[in-house]
Structure formats: C-alpha cells, structure tokens
Write a protein that binds this ligand. Structure first.
Ligand code: ACO
Length: 374
C-alpha cells in the first residue's frame, strides 16, 4: 500500500482539454499551443475552445460573445450584498459569497448545468470583482459597456476609463494564460463537488476556495508583496539567501508539474516588461526587482527544477493594469472559472463520485469511559 501524498503523479481522469509538458515547458489547450493562443486569440474565443473543444466559426463566436455581453450585469441582490460587505474583507471571500448568492438566485436545488449558468458565471465574475474594487475605493461602480470585449470591459469597470490597446491585449493574454491548467488543486476541488452531482455554483465555490490559498492562486499577491518588501534591486540576493536559509519559499517560484520555466511566465514576462517600460515609476522599479529575483532564484533553485511560475510576472501585469494586489487572485479566478466548468462538463459525462481512501493507523476497540469518570 502506497500513499501518494498530495496525490502527486496520480491521474484522476482522462482529459482532452489541457496538456502540459512539464519537462519541456509546453502548454496546449485542446491541442493548440499557448503561444499561438496568446498571440492570436482572445478571452472569448479561447473560452469557447476550452468549453466546447473546437475553435468557433464566425456564427458560433458572435453568438457566444453576444450571450456573454448580455449576461454581464449583476442582480440588485448582488449589488446590495457587495455594498454591505466590509471594506477589509478578503476579495476571494467576497467573490465566493457572491457566487453563492448567484446559486441561490438561480434556485439550483439539484444537479444542473445549463448553458445560461455557464455564461452567467463567466460573464459576471469580472462585474462582481470590479464592483467591489470600486466600492472599496469609495468610487461609484461602473456599469459594463457592451461595446467592449470581455477583457477591455473588465479593465473599464475597474478603472472607469477605456484601456489602451496594449492594456487590453495584456489583459486578454493574462486571462487566456490563467484559463486552465489540467488537474490543479482548485479544478480538482470543483470536480470533487461536481462528482456528487451537486450544482454548478456549489462546485465553482469549491474552486474559488482552493484557489485562494497562497500555494495556489494566492501566490501572485504574495509575489508582489515580496517585490515591495525587497524594495531595491540591490537587496535581492541577500533577501533570497535569507529566505532560503530560513527554509522559506520564494513566492511565484516552483510548480508540481513544470520542472522548467513555466511558459505562461515566459509570455507574461514580455507583457510585464512592456507595461513597466510604458508606465515607469513604481511599476518599473517592481519589474526590475522581479527580474533580479528571477535571476537569483534560478541561480539557487534552478538546478532543483524550481523556476518562475504563472504567478510571478502576472503580479506585475495585474498591478500595472490597475488591480490592487489583494485582488490578483480574483482576476485569476475570473479566467479559471472557464477551466473549472470545462473540466466539470468533461467529468460528469462519465461521472463517478470521487471518494478516495485514508489509511487508518489509529487504535481500534478503545473502551468508552463516561465523562464523570475520566
Ligand atoms: N521556493 C523555495 N523552495 C521551494 C519552492 C519555492 N518557491 N517550491 C518548492 N520548493 C522546495 C521545497 O521547499 C521542497 O524542498 P525540500 O525537499 O528540501 O523540503 C521541494 O522544493 C519540493 O517542494 P514541494 O512543496 O514538495 O513541491 P510541490 O510540488 O508539492 O509544490 C508548489 C509545488 C506548492 C507550487 C511549491 O513550489 C510552492 O510552494 N511554490 C511557492 C508558491 C507558489 O508560487 N504557488 C503557485 C504555484 S502555480 C499555481 O498554483 C497557479
């Protein structure tokens, strides 16, 4: 009997959605290289591809884009909830609770995955996140603009002004790169719930809950905190060596599957650099620190297969696009929701409840002693 701690190297399903070559640092969605999708596609088209297994034709594409646009607005109930939340709440807790309210509003008592609930979830995540960001900044929330693409509209609702072409492209690319990643912790968490034939909203809540952790989608926030803490390029080597000698982790480094440079980090680095050079100031300083952390981190950890992952440079990209660090995981979730849904759809086609085993190593046959005699 062998226990695979952390289910390392355990396959839990067959998939045709995402393929990762962790040795060569390659990533494919439905057979298409992430490099091609980042260069030529956008959020809407890649979402369709991940969900339905093929690139849409023009009719399918326009229909999908239209249905996403039509579903962007959130209900009065959700607005009231977001207004009532304390300003210092964790944004992932707010998002998780908002999805719970969406489930209640749809009244999903039992297993159900309708096209409308899929579109609802994908289209409303950015509205919920942006609405709470604006309230937290003591600003009026911005209503979605149907003229704008999914990525541009997200930035528009956050910043209150239309993004530049560069910002819009960077956001599209970042969302494409975060959209799916095979059997990561949050996707597995959502599958565990879906495999009981619970409803879609409950399954997505499990995904959000798992993504929140600093070892998963919370690492982008931690990476930016680290760059700020370092404060100057000259402090990097000492900082990293101190961390490593204290057995602490470099956030945004390391991956269960990649034993080389994560291709998503490679692509995001080019956008982080571009935006940092354009925006200058604090962003450029943070980018320079990040680049130095990359160099020193690889010097000490690269031989063990520990390299920058997606969260390393996404932190700089998200920050330069106007998101406060504590909101980074919610941007990640707004893209990953597509992947969670795609894996749920794939799994439940041939469903089997996920119920592994735990190897019991405690005592048996202990004698019960009443409370007053213990
Ligand atoms: N910095 C320093 N050392 C590290 C790092 C790191 N970022 N990552 C792994 N290691 C070391 C561990 O200390 C451990 O060393 P040891 O064998 O001497 O004890 C060894 O590498 C193996 O680490 P595990 O945690 O067993 O590796 P695992 O595959 O389980 O973990 C993980 C992968 C959780 C991502 C890990 O690399 C990590 O904690 N990274 C930092 C957090 C992070 O960036 N998470 C985002 C990942 S990408 C994503 O989820 C979207």
């Amino acid at each position: 009997m062998e226990i695979k701690k952390g289910l390392e190297d355990v396959y839990v399903k067959e998939t045709e959605i995402t393929y990762i070559d962790g040795e060569l640092g390659r990533l494919y969605y439905r057979g298409y290289s992430i490099y091609d999708l980042a260069e030529f596609s956008n959020f809407e088209e890649t979402s369709y591809l991940i969900l339905y297994g093929k690139l849409p034709n023009i009719f399918e594409y326009e229909n999908f884009v239209r249905s996403l646009k039509e579903s962007r607005s959130i209900s009065n109930g959700l607005r009231e909830f977001l207004k009532s939340v304390k300003k210092d709440a964790n944004p992932m807790d707010v998002l998780r609770t908002a999805v719970s309210i969406m489930g209640l509003e749809e009244n999903t008592h039992v297993y159900s995955i309708s096209d409308q609930s899929i579109v609802n979830l994908i289209s409303k995540f950015p509205t919920i996140v942006a609405y709470y960001i604006r309230l937290k900044r003591d600003l009026e929330p911005v209503e979605p603009d149907p003229e704008l693409s999914h990525a541009s509209n997200f930035l528009y609702m956050v910043n209150g002004s239309k993004p530049s072409e560069e910002e819009s492209k960077a956001m599209d690319v970042a969302m494409i790169l975060h959209m799916d990643h095979e059997m990561n912790a949050s996707t597995f968490a959502s599958l565990v719930v879906a495999s009981t034939l619970s409803d879609l909203y409950s399954s997505i809540i499990a995904g959000i809950s798992a993504l929140k952790g600093p070892l998963h989608g919370g690492a982008n926030y931690e990476a930016l905190k680290m760059f700020r803490e370092i404060g100057d390029v000259d402090n990097v080597e000492k900082y990293i060596l101190t961390k490593l000698s204290n057995k602490q982790r470099i956030m945004g480094f390391g991956h269960r599957v990649y034993k080389t440079y994560d291709p998503r980090a490679r692509i995001l680095k080019t956008y982080a650099k571009l935006l940092a050079e354009k925006k200058g100031g604090e962003i450029k300083k943070l980018y320079d620190i990040a680049e130095k952390v990359e160099e020193i981190g690889i010097k000490y950890l690269g031989s063990r297969g520990i390299y920058p992952n997606v969260d390393f440079y996404s932190s700089i990209v998200f920050y330069s696009l106007g998101f406060e660090p504590e909101f980074f995981p919610t941007v990640f979730a707004s893209a990953r929701v597509t992947g969670w849904i795609a894996h749920i759809l794939e799994y439940v086609k041939d469903n089997k409840i996920i119920r592994p085993k735990a190897y019991y190593k405690g005592e048996v046959g202990r004698k019960y002693i009443p409370l007053d005699s213990r």
